[in-house]
Design a protein around this ligand. Sequence first.
Ligand code: HEM
Length: 528
Amino acid sequence: MDVHLVAAKIANLLSVLSPVTTIILVMIVGAYVTYRKRLAKLEYHINKLPGPYSLPLIGNGLQVSLGSKDDFLDRVVSAQKMYGRRIGLSRAWNGPFPYVLISKASAAEPILSNPRQVEKSADYDFLKPWLGNGLLTSPASIWHPRRKTLTPAFHFKILSDFIPIFHRNALILAEKLEEQLGNRTGFDVVPLTTLCALDVFCETAMGIPVNAQRNSDSEYVRAHQLIGKIIRNRVQKFWLQPDAIFKLTDEYRQHQECLQVLHSFSDRVIRDRHESLLKRRQAADLNNNNDPADDQPFRRKQLAFLDLLIEGALDGNGLTLLDVREEVDTFVIGGHDTTAAAMAWLLLLLGTDQTIQERCFAEIDQIMGGDRDRMPTLHELNEMKYLELCLKETLRLYPSIPMIARKLAEDVKIHNQYTIPAGTNVMIVVYQLHRDPAVFPNPEKFNPDNFLPENSAGRHPYAYIPFSAGARNCIGQKFAVLEEKTVLSTILRKFRIEAIERREDVSLLGDLVLRPRDGLRIRVSRRV
Ligand code: HEM
């Protein structure tokens, strides 16, 4: 058709419309043209990456969503092996949303090292009803000031005050293992380390024990476990993602019930702590004519994170009590499952290799002497270098968070060849990145010597990232290492571990945290 004729017809049409309608029409057409342009740019760049054939509109949505939710990680790893092995990059379309999977250090570096790439992907939004704008989930604008405020609470000096809590709970874990001494068929150690880590975390974060190890059927513990499952399911099923649809499901009702339990617990604890802190401050003010030196008597040595946060809020650090709750809930979720999984995997791995376990015994005995119950000091924990190599190697093979996702804030160029446009969801598949044979020859072997200084010299700085890397890395990593060393050295002073199953037979579950599908079965005997 003649272009002039079309232009004349459009002009004619516009002349009969009111000015307001014309403006709206022009805006709609403009928005559509911009959207098409963006989509074309996105498709142009994303489809340059290797990936499975994708259908119009739904892309690879069926492959992503229809399989069992239990083997999600397997599917991601297999897709990446099939399409992204060579360059460590591949793509999949979940409906209209592209995902780029990354499994090589050189491809992860341009994202993790860039302080502007700190925006989380939309997948984290499903944690928001629970965690609000806590550190793990907050958008960059809220995250920056909060991270600055919270960083001092994780200072090593403060963390060492928590060793008595770690040790007390490790002794309860030891009691639970003691009950299994005669059990030759073995037992699943994951629930035991999980409840131990939950106890540690509630006590360090909120200052009150929830006694999960002795009362595992508590409402709080059950709500924690159930909500994790519900969120995982929602992340994978794109049709459950719109709120309007999710709200129609039975899982939504359970989700809300869990939230009610979890939030009312932390609200109650925060309210009580806030009130008692205010009272103590008022009493101190009355007694000391505002002499700051007299402030000290009401500062207990061992402050829970919660106290630090509330004190900060009272001193005007910009956090409201709701913000405090979001952070406390975030610490509990970020801090307990991750550490629990790492401890359970390490016990299994030591149970598969008695030579490595003997080296741990020898080191711990040499540092701690013959006493099997004494609390270790910070100095002694720092001396446990071989145990630390074992912890590192465990997190290489079984990183507690197997995938890290970001939404790109700006375009990224990878390998000087591929452009990933701003707005794309990127998933760094840490589980696979840690198995790059170019970096770790014989990547499946449990070999703590991988982390001896002579073996790690010259290694790519992003080749080992269990705590992520860059500005948005794990704020709790020093806490985690200290807790794990305290708990595991306490257990290894008392028990020898044997793995019941072979590692190859353990199926993995790509939960929010990497778990074994059917637990990790070990048996224990008393050390002589
Ligand atoms: C073995 C134990 C742990 C591992 C492997 C681990 C791993 C990670 C990873 C990979 C991230 C980045 C997540 C992402 O970008 O999506 C992260 C973030 C985080 N972790 Fe940990 N973590 C562990 C223990 C802890 C502990 C004990 C705490 C609390 C004391 C904690 C609190 C957090 C928080 C608050 C964030 C969000 C940080 C931010 O965005 O600024 N983690 N962790």
